[in-house]
Design a protein around this ligand. Structure first.
Ligand SMILES: Cc1ncc(COP(=O)(O)O)c(C=O)c1O
Length: 366
C-alpha cells in the first residue's frame, strides 16, 4: 500500500478535477457544525496572555486530561493527549509491540488501511481475520488465527467501514484471548458518539490491564483538522507512550486542546443527539434510494459509512473513477479496506446530497 499518498486523497483529487458535478462521499470529514462552545473557545484563545501561547505539558493540558478522565471514569494519569486518534493508535500499537511479546498483529478484515500501514512501520506482521457478513466479529476466528507470536489484537468499534458495533461479550472474548496469548487488545473508539443502537460500550468497562482504548474529537466535534485525540493506557504502558509522544511531537498543539476543553465543558448531550439523528436520516434516505438501484448494502449500527455492492461492478479504484465520471458520485473502493469487501464501495454520509447521490447511482446502474 502506498501511504505517501493515501488512496482517499488520490480519489478526492480525482473527483475535484472531474468535469461534471460530483457528490463527494470519499472521506470521513464531517460537513456539520462543531459545537458552538468550540468556536467560542477558539475566539477567546486569541486574546489569551502570551504564556498561554507557549509549550503545553507534553502529555496534554492537565484540565483536559482531567475532563477526559472524569468522562471515561479513569485516573487522569492514564491519559496521554495525542495528535488525533491516529497518533493514539500509533502509541498504543508501539506499546504492544515494544513488549517483545511477539510481532504478529491481528486485524479485522475489512480493515482501516492505516492499521496495516502502522504495523509495517513498527516492524510488526499483519494477519487479517475476516469478519462476518454483517460486519460482526467471531472471536473464535481470532482465536484460530492467534499464535504465540501474537502481540496485538486491534479492533475499531463502532466500525469504519462496516458500521458494526461490537458487543461487550465480543470485546470480553478478545481481551481474554489477549490474556491467553500474552498480547494487548487495542480498541479504537473514535466513533464512540456515533452509536445508533445504544448498545455500544467502551472496552474501558472491561477494566483490564491488557486493554488500551484510543479515541479523539475529530469526529464527535466535527474537527478532523484540529488533531486532538487521546489514549487511555494501563499504568505499565504510560511511561513508554509519553516518551514516544514527547520525542516525536514534543506536545499536541495548545489552541485546539483549549478549544476542545471549552467544548467538552460547554456542550450539552443534545448536540451529539442532533448529529446522530441527522445521520440516521441520511442513512435511511441513502439506503432507500439504493433499493431503487437494486444494490446490496449495509445499514450501519454506528459510525457514518454505508457499504454498497453493485452486481458485476467490483470495488476497484478503476471502478471508483468510473463512478466519478459516469455517475457523478465519489466513494471509496472496497479493495482499499483489505480483501473482505473488495466487491463493495464505501460511501461516507458527509453530505446533505445523499439522496441525489443514490439516485445518480440508480440511474447509472439501470
Ligand atoms: C477507524 C479510525 N481510526 C482513526 C481515525 C483517525 O482519527 P483522527 O482524525 O482522530 O486521527 C479514523 C479517521 O477516519 C478512523 O476512521
Amino acid at each position: 500500500m502506498n501511504y505517501e499518498r493515501p488512496q482517499f486523497f488520490h480519489l478526492m483529487q480525482y473527483a475535484r478535477a472531474a468535469e461534471g458535478d460530483v457528490v463527494d462521499m470519499v472521506s470521513g470529514d464531517p460537513d456539520w457544525e462543531p459545537p458552538t462552545a468550540l468556536r467560542d473557545g477558539l475566539r477567546e484563545y486569541a486574546d489569551a496572555e502570551p504564556d498561554e501561547f507557549q509549550y503545553p505539558p507534553s502529555e496534554g493540558l492537565v484540565e483536559l486530561r482531567e475532563e477526559i478522565a472524569a468522562r471515561r471514569n479513569v485516573d487522569p494519569g492514564r491519559i496521554v493527549v495525542t495528535n488525533g486518534t491516529g497518533e493514539a493508535n500509533y502509541l498504543a500499537m508501539a506499546a504492544a509491540l515494544d513488549r517483545n511479546a511477539g510481532s504478529e498483529v491481528l486485524l479485522a478484515d475489512p480493515v482501516y488501511p492505516y492499521y496495516p500501514g502502522k504495523t509495517e512501520l513498527l516492524g510488526g506482521d499483519t494477519t487479517l481475520v475476516p469478519t462476518e457478513r454483517d460486519g460482526s466479529i467471531d472471536p473464535d476466528r481470532f482465536r484460530e488465527a492467534a499464535s504465540e507470536d501474537t502481540a496485538l489484537v486491534l479492533v475499531n468499534t463502532p466500525n469504519n467501514p462496516t458500521g458494526a458495533v461490537y458487543s461487550r461479550e465480543t470485546m470480553r472474548d478478545l481481551a481474554d484471548l489477549a490474556a491467553e496469548v500474552d498480547a494487548t487488545l487495542v480498541s479504537d473508539e473514535v466513533y464512540d458518539h456515533f452509536d445508533f443502537t445504544g448498545g455500544f460500550e467502551s472496552a474501558l468497562t472491561l477494566d483490564s490491564d491488557r486493554v488500551i482504548v484510543t479515541s479523539g474529537f475529530s469526529k464527535s466535534m466535527a474537527i478532523t483538522g484540529f488533531r486532538v485525540g487521546y489514549a487511555v493506557l494501563p499504568e505499565q504502558f504510560v511511561g513508554g507512550a509519553k516518551t514516544r509522544h514527547m520525542l516525536v511531537n514534543v506536545a499536541t498543539s495548545r489552541p485546539p486542546q483549549v478549544a476542545v476543553l471549552r467544548a467538552l465543558r460547554g456542550t450539552e448531550p443534545e448536540y451529539y443527539e442532533r448529529v446522530r439523528s441527522m445521520l440516521r436520516d441520511r442513512v435511511s434516505t441513502f439506503t432507500d434510494a439504493l433499493d431503487v438501484a437494486d444494490a446490496e448494502y449495509t445499514t450501519p449500527d454506528g459510525a457514518f459509512y454505508v457499504l454498497a455492492r453493485f452486481d458485476g461492478f467490483p470495488g476497484t479504484m478503476a471502478n471508483a473513477k468510473r463512478l466519478v465520471d459516469g455517475a457523478g458520485v465519489a466513494g471509496m473502493p472496497g479493495e482499499t479496506f483489505g480483501s473482505a469487501r473488495a466487491e463493495w464501495f464505501r460511501f461516507a454520509l458527509v453530505t446533505p446530497r445523499v439522496e441525489e447521490a443514490a439516485t445518480r447511482l440508480a440511474d447509472y446502474f439501470s
